[in-house]
Ligand binder design. Structure first.
Ligand SMILES: Nc1ncnc2c1ncn2[C@@H]1O[C@H](COP(=O)(O)OP(=O)(O)OP(=O)(O)O)[C@@H](O)[C@H]1O
Length: 370
C-alpha cells in the first residue's frame, strides 16, 4: 500500500466533515486519508453517499472540513487556493453552465480564469483558436458544437464542455467527479482514450466513480471509500492480492487432506457422472446431468460447510476414495494459498483448471456486502 510522500500532488489527512447539527447531523467524512502521487491516475470508488463528492469539494476549497489537513502540490489548499487553482481543472458531477453563454464562450472564459493568455470572448471561433492548440481536436472528438447556448445543451453535452475545458487546459491536476455519468458509450470510450493520453503527458488525475469497469480500465491506484473513510487503497494488483482467486477445476479425485486446506471459501463440489467430459460443462447443474447426480451434487454442496469445519471431513468426500467420474471443484482461495492448492490439485489427475483474479466488481461487492 502506498504510504504517501512529501512530493504528493494530493495529500488529505484525517478529514472530518459533518453536515447539519444534532440528531439530523450527517458525518459525511470520518477521518479520510488520501495520497495521490504525481502522474498517477487515481480512482475514488464508492457507493452513493460514501463521501466522494464531499472529499473533492473539500480538496477544491468549495467546502471547509471540520478538521484534517488538505495539501495540494505540497501547499495548504485553503490558504493558497487562488494560486493552486491555476494548476488544476475540475469537472463537477452535475455541470451547470451559464444559460446565455455558448459552449465556446464558456471554454474561453474558463481558460481566461486559469490565466492563459490570448483569449478573446468576441466569437466562438476565436475562442476556440485562441484557447489551446488542442481545442478544435477535442471538440471534434467529443462531437461538441461550441456554438450552442448553455441552456440548449443536454446533461451529457454540458459535461462534455467541462471535460473539453479540462483536457484542453494545461492544468497539472485534473479532478473529475463521476466524469462519464452523462456520456454515451462512444463518448465514454473517447473519454478513456483522452485520459490515457493525459496520463502519458504526465498529468495527475483524480476521478471519482461508481462505474467499476471505468476505474479498472483507467486507474493506476484505487481508493475504496466507505462511510466517509478510505477502506482500502492500492494498485488493483495489490487489492486483488489481498483478496481471493476463483478456481474452477475438474479432477479425478480431491487431494487427500483437502478438507484441511487453508484459505478455501465458497467451496462447491459436484460429483461428475461416469464418462462426463472434462471441461465440457460450465456449472454444477449441467455437470450433474442425471437426477441421481443432481442429488449427489446437492448433498455435496450441503456438506461443504462441514467439509471445511471438520478436519476429518465427511465420509465419501475426502481424499482418493471419492472417485467415480471425477469431481468438479469450484471455490475461491485466499491468493496467498493459491499455489499450494494448484500443486495439490495437479497431483490428482487434473482434467481442466481455470483460475482468475477477482474483478474489481467482486472486490467492491465484498466491501459493500451487508
Ligand atoms: N450539503 C449537504 N448537506 C447535508 N448533507 C450532505 C451535503 N452534502 C453531502 N451530504 C451527505 O454527506 C454524505 C456524503 O455525500 P457525498 O455527496 O460526498 O457522497 P458521494 O460518495 O459523492 O455519493 P454519490 O456517488 O451519490 O455522489 C451523504 O450522506 C450526503 O447525504
Amino acid at each position: 500500500m502506498y504510504a504517501g510522500a512529501v512530493t504528493d500532488v494530493i495529500s488529505l489527512t484525517g478529514l472530518v466533515k459533518t453536515f447539519g447539527r444534532g440528531s439530523g447531523a450527517t458525518r459525511a467524512l470520518d477521518g479520510l486519508d488520501l495520497a495521490v502521487a504525481p502522474g498517477e491516475v487515481h480512482g475514488l470508488l464508492g457507493p452513493n453517499g460514501a463521501g466522494k463528492s464531499t472529499t473533492l469539494r473539500i480538496l477544491l476549497s468549495l467546502l471547509r472540513p471540520d478538521s484534517g489537513e488538505v495539501r495540494l502540490f505540497g501547499r495548504d489548499a485553503w490558504r493558497d487556493a487562488v494560486a493552486l487553482h491555476r494548476r488544476l481543472a475540475y469537472v463537477p458531477g452535475d455541470v451547470a453552465l451559464w444559460p446565455d453563454l455558448s459552449g465556446g464562450q464558456v471554454l474561453a472564459m474558463l481558460a481566461k480564469l486559469r490565466g492563459r493568455p490570448g483569449q478573446s470572448d468576441q466569437s466562438d471561433q476565436s475562442d476556440q483558436s485562441g484557447q489551446s492548440g488542442r481545442l478544435p481536436e477535442l471538440l471534434e472528438r467529443f462531437a461538441l458544437d461550441p456554438g450552442k447556448k448553455g441552456r440548449a445543451y443536454s446533461k451529457g453535452n454540458r459535461q462534455k464542455v467541462m471535460l473539453v475545458a479540462a483536457f484542453a487546459s494545461e492544468a497539472e491536476l485534473l479532478v473529475l467527479d463521476e466524469p462519464t455519468s452523462g456520456l454515451d458509450p462512444l463518448m465514454e470510450a473517447e473519454f478513456r482514450a483522452c485520459l490515457a493520453e493525459e496520463k502519458a503527458r504526465g498529468r495527475t488525475i483524480l476521478l471519482s466513480s461508481h462505474i467499476l469497469s471505468e476505474v479498472e480500465a483507467v486507474c493506476d491506484r484505487v481508493s475504496i471509500v466507505r462511510g466517509g473513510r478510505v477502506a482500502e487503497s492500492g494498485t488493483l494488483a495489490e487489492l486483488r492480492h489481498l483478496t481471493r482467486t476463483l478456481v474452477s477445476a475438474e479432477v479425478e479425485r480431491l487431494p487427500a487432506g483437502f478438507e484441511g486446506f487453508p484459505g478455501l471459501h465458497e467451496v462447491r463440489i459436484t460429483e461428475l457422472g461416469a464418462g462426463s467430459a472434462a471441461g465440457g460443462s460450465d456449472g454444477a447443474a449441467e455437470a450433474a446431468g442425471s437426477a441421481g447426480a443432481a442429488e449427489r451434487a446437492e448433498s455435496a454442496e450441503a456438506a461443504v460447510p462441514a467439509l471445511l469445519a471438520v478436519p476429518a471431513g465427511p465420509a465419501g468426500l475426502a481424499g482418493p476414495a471419492y472417485v467415480g467420474g471425477g469431481v468438479r471443484l469450484e471455490c475461491t482461495v485466499d491468493t496467498e494459498h493459491l499455489s499450494r492448492l494448484l500443486v495439490a490439485l495437479g497431483t490428482e489427475g487434473i482434467r481442466s483448471l481455470t483460475s482468475r483474479p477477482p474483478t474489481l466488481e467482486e472486490l467492491f461487492l465484498r466491501h459493500y456486502a451487508a
